[in-house]
Design a protein around this ligand. Structure first.
Ligand code: ADP
Ligand code: MG
Length: 252
């Protein structure tokens, strides 16, 4: 579903993403973990066909990241960090709008109805998005991102500012989608969410410093932390600090 080789993005002389190589298979939930400014959003925007890499190559759903940006954009789902809903439109109007944008095959009214039901939004269908609570707005944003039933979904901090119960329900939904074959790339600050991913990559200053399942990462990092039962957070912090030591050798 995703195959990246040496992908770099520079803004002027500053490299926001450096030499990222990545492989994500069908039905995986893949997490991107990193502090603010690590480059997660920039990397996601390149994989969504919104930004062109400065260097490197890659394919998304088999399409070329550089040549086929438009096709990629139309075939993936993207829930951006700042939800791109129209605050003055109602829930229903937002869903209808995105159904048209993505050229949903099924009749739009039908698809919108089924999303309203699936996400328990029928009660707020006529409510303006600006009047919704964070958790409900998140559901609308998510429904908008999957209106065209994309096989590949990018979620950029989808649960920031959402209460724990809502977060848990959100993850249940992600599991169900992954079980049905949807591939999901998700960024998060929350360690408990990262632990729920099949595999994850840790980003620091534009680079992927480690990648694997929690078990793989634990085999690699727990001995270095000096605790067989090291938590994800302890290992992650260790890897970030280790990265600082080698920073002098960084290029680009
Ligand atoms: N359009 C841009 N122009 C210049 N710098 C940018 C731009 N977008 C992001 N950056 C910088 O790139 C770095 C990575 O940002 P971002 O990808 O948003 O990180 P994250 O999502 O991990 O917080 C940050 O230092 C940010 O300021
Ligand atoms: Mg971000």
């Amino acid at each position: 579903m995703i195959e990246l080789q040496g992908v770099t993005k520079r803004f002027g002389s500053f490299a926001a993403v450096r030499q990222v190589s990545l492989h994500v298979s069908r039905g995986e939930i893949f997490g991107l973990l990193g502090a603010n400014g690590a480059g997660k959003t920039t990397l996601i925007r390149m994989m969504c066909g919104i930004l062109k890499p400065t260097e490197g190559t890659g394919t998304i759903l088999g399409w070329d990241m550089i040549r086929d940006q438009q096709t990629i954009k139309e075939n993936i789902g993207y829930m951006s960090q700042k939800f791109s809903l129209y605050p003055d439109l109602t829930v229903e109007e937002n869903l209808r709008f995105y159904a048209h944008v993505y050229g949903v095959r099924q009749p739009v009214a039908e698809r919108v109805e089924s999303l309203l039901r699936e996400f328990e939004l029928t009660g707020v269908r006529k409510t303006r998005v600006s009047e919704l609570s964070g958790g409900v707005r998140q559901r609308v944003a998510f429904a908008s991102a999957i209106v065209h039933e994309p096989p590949l979904l990018f979620l950029d901090e989808p649960t920031s500012g959402v209460d724990p119960l809502t977060r848990r329900a959100f993850w249940e939904m992600l599991y169900q989608m992954a079980d049905r074959g949807t591939t999901i790339v998700v960024t998060t600050h929350y360690m408990d969410e990262a632990e729920r991913c099949d595999r994850m990559a840790w980003m620091n200053r534009g680079r992927i410093v480690a990648e694997g399942s929690l078990a793989e990462l634990r085999r690699r990092f727990a001995p270095r932390v000096g605790n067989r039962k090291a938590t994800l957070e302890e290992m992650f912090v260790y890897a970030m600090e280790e990265g600082e030591d080698h920073d002098g050798q960084d290029v680009g």
